[in-house]
Every structure is written in structure tokens, then in C-alpha cells.
Ligand binder design. Structure first.
Ligand code: AMP
Ligand code: MG
Length: 304
């Protein structure tokens, strides 16, 4: 069966009937199911092998529709007005239409309006939001192409919508708007500095108990070992050591081209596994802009 399609109407129909779909967004591909279909959401958890207390991000067509699912505070509204549609997930208190199954029993719900044209088309046609965690097994590398989803989850999803390579390639920035001062729970392409510059809202670092999978120490990991370096020279030196020990290594380094680094990282890590590379030697990008989010993913991928 050909599981990859570009037909958004077909995808909306399969979702409406309770199916599970590989859905492209500008961040990474999601594993989508209707918010109101408990059996489909159970399948999402099962396919990912995701613990049931790790809540799912709800993807909504527009900010207006969000009001039915979450109670947007003044800060949440300001962020939504400024950055939706886009790679920002906002954590707010949920309405009673959101089930415990989605939030892991929490009173909060994570909402996002994606900007990807095909995701928008599906959500508009479906008329109801979808949950869409990243379409990978729990703890592994997120998919950034339809092929990645096919390779990982082939027989387990009903259909994969091919929206090309994800423009950004890293998961969304998550901001918790339920605390007195909004907190960043996961770094992403949208930086806290940019949020403050545009909205005047200060974003605090996370405090209190871990609330997201993005706050776990080990995540986003390929099968191969990941080692981190500050400079390309250090990575080259390590590579020559590996070669002497008859091991294979591959350097991942995009210098200060942060957009390309973000866009390519997950594909590069996956390719290391496909090519049976023993060690991915990653050079850390500068710690500014999206470089901060890339470093966060690299530290987690390298953590054992
Ligand atoms: P992913 O599965 O890669 O899309 O990641 C979704 C992220 O959103 C995970 O880190 C979740 O823990 C986080 N998340 C979703 N809903 C909530 C919620 N209600 N409270 C806290 N974190 C959430
Ligand atoms: Mg994920």
C-alpha cells in the first residue's frame, strides 16, 4: 500500500474517521489524531511507546478555535497574536473539552497553531484540532521528512502526508503561560529574546517540577554515540583517533549557519544510523538565536 500522499482531503477524511496520520508541520512531522477520538489517541501513545503521563500538543487551525480548548490568559493572547501561526506552543489552563488522556491528568493544555500550508489545510477541512506529538518513537530523533516517518513507523500509521522537508527542523518553543511570569519549557527556533523584543513580555527559565519531555536529560537520541565539540579542529582530532581505532565517525558542523544546522541536524543523525556510523561528532553552534535550541538538542542527544 502506498502510504504517502499529498491529498489533504483524503488525510482529513482518514482523521475524521479516527485514523492516525503522519502530518507535516514547519517544525517536525507530527503523529496526528483527532482530539476527541480516545481510541486514535491511544494508538498515538502506543505507536510512540510514549509514557501515558507525557502530554500531547494540540494543534489548532487558528487562535480563535483555541478558546474552546484552552483558557488563554492575557500573556497567552499577546504571544498568540504575535507569533501564531508559527513554531510556538503555549501552555494554558484547559477547558473541560480536553481529556485527561491528552494532558496526562494535568489541568493544563499545550496549544499550537502551525503555519505549514498543508497542516493548515487539513485542520481547516477537519474543523477540529488534532494531537500531534513528534512522529518518532519516544526518546528518539524527530522526523523532518515524510520518508523519515515511513522508515520509522511504516505499518503503524494509516497515511503520511508529504509536505516536503520541514522548514525549521526542530520542535516548537514551549512557553508556560500558567505561571506568574511565563516560563520557557523547551527552546526552539523562536527565541525568548525575540519574544521579549516583540511583545515586551519577559520569559523566565523553567522552575518547579519537570513538565515536558523536552525537559528530560536524554532525548532526541540516534542509535550511534553522539560526542560534542566546541571547534571543528577538536572534532577532526577525535575523528582521526576513531580512524586509528578502526571505528567510523562523521562530523556534523554547519559553522554559524544556524538555520541550515537546525534544518539538517535530525536528517544527519538519522543518516549516521543508516550508514552504521559509530560516532556522530557534532560541533556545537554559537549559543545565540536558534543556536541555543540546537545546543539543547545536541546535549540531550549526547546524554546517556
Ligand atoms: P512532542 O511529543 O515532541 O511534540 O513534544 C511535546 C512536548 O509538549 C512534550 O515535551 C510534552 O511534555 C509537552 N507538553 C504537552 N502538553 C503539556 C502539558 N499539558 N503540560 C506540560 N507539557 C506539555
Ligand atoms: Mg518529541
Amino acid at each position: 500500500m502506498n502510504q504517502i500522499t499529498t491529498d489533504t482531503s483524503l488525510v482529513a477524511t482518514v482523521l475524521r474517521q479516527g485514523g492516525v496520520i503522519g502530518l507535516p508541520t514547519e517544525t517536525v512531522y507530527g503523529l496526528a489524531a483527532r482530539v476527541d477520538k480516545a481510541s486514535a489517541i491511544s494508538r498515538v501513545y502506543a505507536i510512540k511507546g510514549r509514557p501515558l503521563d507525557h502530554p500531547l500538543i494540540v494543534h489548532v487551525y487558528d487562535a480563535q478555535q483555541c478558546g474552546e480548548w484552552g483558557m488563554l490568559s492575557a500573556a497567552a493572547r499577546t504571544l498568540a497574536d504575535a507569533f501564531w501561526p508559527g513554531p510556538l506552543t503555549i501552555l494554558v489552563n484547559r477547558t473541560n473539552r480536553i481529556s485527561d488522556q491528552i494532558t496526562g491528568g494535568r489541568n493544563t493544555v499545550a496549544l499550537r497553531v502551525p503555519v505549514h500550508v498543508l497542516a493548515q489545510e487539513v485542520l481547516r477541512e477537519l474543523g477540529i484540532p488534532v494531537v500531534a506529538p513528534s512522529a518518532n518513537r519516544f526518546g528518539r530523533v524527530s522526523p523532518t521528512t515524510a520518508q523519515h516517518v515511513l522508515l520509522d513507523l511504516a505499518d503503524e500509521v494509516d497515511l503520511i502526508l508529504d509536505g516536503g522537508a520541514c522548514l525549521i527542523g526542530l520542535e516548537s518553543t514551549i512557553i508556560d503561560c500558567t505561571t506568574d511570569e511565563p516560563q520557557v519549557l523547551r527552546l526552539g527556533a523562536l527565541t525568548t529574546a525575540e519574544i521579549t523584543r516583540v511583545t515586551g513580555i519577559d520569559i523566565a527559565p523553567p522552575s518547579g517540577p519537570s513538565r515536558t519531555a523536552g525537559m528530560l536529560e536524554n532525548h532526541y537520541a540516534p542509535r550511534c554515540r553522539v560526542e560534542l565539540f566546541e571547534t571543528n579542529e577538536q572534532a577532526l582530532e577525535a575523528l582521526s583517533w576513531l580512524v586509528q581505532k578502526k571505528q567510523s565517525g562523521r562530523i556534523i558542523d554547519y559553522g554559524s549557519d544556524l538555520a541550515t544546522y537546525a534544518h539538517s541536524l535530525y536528517d544527519d543523525l538519522r543518516q549516521c544510523d543508516i550508514d552504521n556510523v559509530s560516532v556522530a561528532l557534532c560541533v556545537l553552534p554559537p549559543p545565540s538565536g536558534v543556536g541555543l535550541a540546537i545546543r539543547d538538542r545536541l546535549f540531550k542527544a549526547a546524554s546517556k
